[in-house]
Design a protein around this ligand. Structure first.
Ligand SMILES: Cc1cc2nc3c(=O)[nH]c(=O)nc-3n(C[C@H](O)[C@H](O)[C@H](O)COP(=O)(O)OP(=O)(O)OC[C@H]3O[C@@H](n4cnc5c(N)ncnc54)[C@H](O)[C@@H]3O)c2cc1C
Length: 481
């Protein structure tokens, strides 16, 4: 025990030991921690660990050759200010305590057992990238797509680059009323000139410039008081040039008397929605403009093929809902049909069980944990831990908390770091034996530089490389190392 306390004294920042350069400490006093995934949860947890465990080595394994998760592949291209967090993450990545190892997938290239054998602590932060489906008839028709994959398509996520999106349609239905739903609606309705100087991918820009989309319906099963999008995103939508917002006034009748009693953020959002409803056109719509419809109290029942393109969606049957005493949507006997040549489903995501040895709650689609702790030595952060809720800020708060839990377990000895672990040395050997090409931070910086330089030529912050093989060719040389 005395040995352990002495060791703890040398390891934990709370005892005010100055940071030392990585690899300078003896193996026995070097806590080796690995993180899987390189989105916000990963980088914020790493930031905390580096700061509070100055002798720790933190290795980040990421399935793609490029870092940043949904900050790169989720955040909308016309929201560059949100992506500034990448600068903070880059600072963390440049710490001598941190190593980035890209192009390595947990569950394919490495098992959880192998990581746990190599490291004192394993923190999983691989997000929630499986889409929830509706389970209704016709969902397999072409052009019924996941909004998340549509985002991946315009943001350059390699697996979504070839998503078969047909924008040669006038009517779009977006199912869901959260910020991702608003993002995709906005991208579809934004004049192309406003997108061409963003980091949207070239193939998406080209397809959007030929888009025939005139009308986007944002369909929610409940009412204006239950929307999940936030006021900033709604304001942007209402301010889109040449786009008219359309609401049904009767959807707001029961809402208006409740507005004064709402808590401030919800009150301001609802006031803005009521204002939008008040300025909604009555009578014929100006067909020279695009239209954004906020549709409430409706759930999809089935999708029907288009008469012109029988394998693709052409219309959708909706059931009209009403709210019960618990504000849950209850279907009525009334149905209606709307035209839609493209449907984007934005009703939530779930995580997957990357490795059979990982405890997993299949029903909720995430790893059971208490404040990020699965058990001492195994941790989860970000959307894998919480489910797909919240934004980068809430992910940051949660990930810092998980970082604190790892720190506490290491410092208290609940994670026994007194015995040396091989860390990356052992994992690098496994990966090399398996012929896995890995990408370091320096390698990623080459991709970053090429993307920026290609972007500069066309007036964009970057032109993303969208193909994994090309990412590897640019980062580590053709054929890989
Ligand atoms: C479309 C969309 C837009 C959004 N826009 C905003 C916004 O504008 N502002 C905002 O504040 N929040 C936004 N959010 C929310 C924000 O992106 C999340 O809060 C945050 O990204 C969650 O972080 P994470 O690290 O848990 O997951 P992720 O960001 O998803 O990171 C997970 C990482 O793990 C990697 N990975 C996955 N599986 C494996 C594996 N088996 N092995 C190794 N690596 C793996 C992935 O490639 C990825 O890099 C958006 C979310 C979505 C879906």
């Amino acid at each position: 025990m005395r040995q352990l306390l002495l060791w703890v004294g040398h390891t934990c920042n709370r005892l005010r030991i100055l940071p030392q350069k990585r690899f300078s400490s003896s193996a026995a006093s070097t806590p080796k921690i690995c993180i899987v995934g390189s989105g916000p949860a990963s980088f914020y947890a790493a930031q905390h660990l580096i700061k509070t465990l100055p002798r720790a080595e933190v290795d980040i394994y990421e399935q793609l050759p490029v870092p940043f998760g949904l900050v790169r592949f989720g955040v909308a291209p016309d929201h560059p200010e949100v992506k500034n967090v990448m600068n903070t993450f880059t600072k963390t990545a440049k710490s001598p305590q941190l190593r980035f190892i890209g192009n390595v997938t947990l569950g394919r290239d490495l098992s959880l057992r192998e990581l746990r054998d190599a490291y004192h602590a394993v923190l999983l932060a691989y997000g929630a990238d499986e889409d929830q489906e509706l389970g209704v008839n016709g969902e397999k028709l072409s052009n019924v797509l996941s909004a998340r994959r549509f985002v991946g398509w315009y943001n350059g996520l390699p697996r979504d680059t070839d998503l078969p999106v047909d924008l040669n349609v006038e009517e779009v239905a977006v199912l869901g009323q959260g910020n991702v739903a608003l993002d995709v609606a906005r991208i579809l309705l934004t004049p192309i000139d406003r997108l061409k100087n963003t980091d949207i991918t070239e193939h998406a820009l080209e397809a959007l410039s030929r888009s025939r989309v005139r009308r986007v319906r944002l369909i929610g099963r409940r009412g204006p008081l239950q929307v999940a999008f936030t006021i900033k995103e709604l304001r942007e939508m209402l301010a889109l040039p040449d786009c008219i917002t359309v609401c049904k006034l009767q959807d707001f009748e029961a809402v208006r008397p409740l507005v004064p009693g709402l808590e401030r953020p919800r009150r301001r959002l609802t006031e803005l929605l009521c204002k939008a409803a008040d300025s909604s056109p009555s009578g014929d719509l100006d067909e020279s403009k695009r239209h954004f419809h906020l549709v409430f109290f409706r759930s999809p029942l089935s999708f029907y093929p288009s008469p012109d393109v029988p394998h693709a969606v052409g219309s959708m049957k909706l059931v009209v809902n009403q709210l019960d005493g618990q504000q849950q949507a209850v279907p009525t006997a009334i149905t209606e049909t709307v035209q839609c040549g493209l449907v984007l489903r934005s009703i939530g995501y779930r995580s997957t069980q990357a490795d059979p040895a990982l405890p997993f709650d299949t029903g909720r689609g995430r790893v059971p944990n208490i404040s990020g702790v699965v058990h001492p030595g195994l941790y989860v952060a970000g959307w894998l831990a919480t489910g797909p809720v919240g934004v980068i800020l809430s992910t940051m708060t949660q990930a810092f908390g998980v970082g604190r839990a790892v720190e506490a377990d290491v410092c208290s000895g609940r994670v026994d770091a007194s015995q040396a672990r091989p860390g990356h040395t052992a994992v690098a050997k496994l990966l090399s034996d398996r012929g896995v090409t890995t990408v370091s931070w320096k390698d990623w910086e080459r991709v970053d530089a090429v993307e920026r330089s290609r972007g500069e030529k066309v007036g964009k912050p970057r032109e993303k490389i969208v193909d994994v093989q090309e990412m590897l060719a640019v980062s580590v040389g053709a054929g890989g190392t």
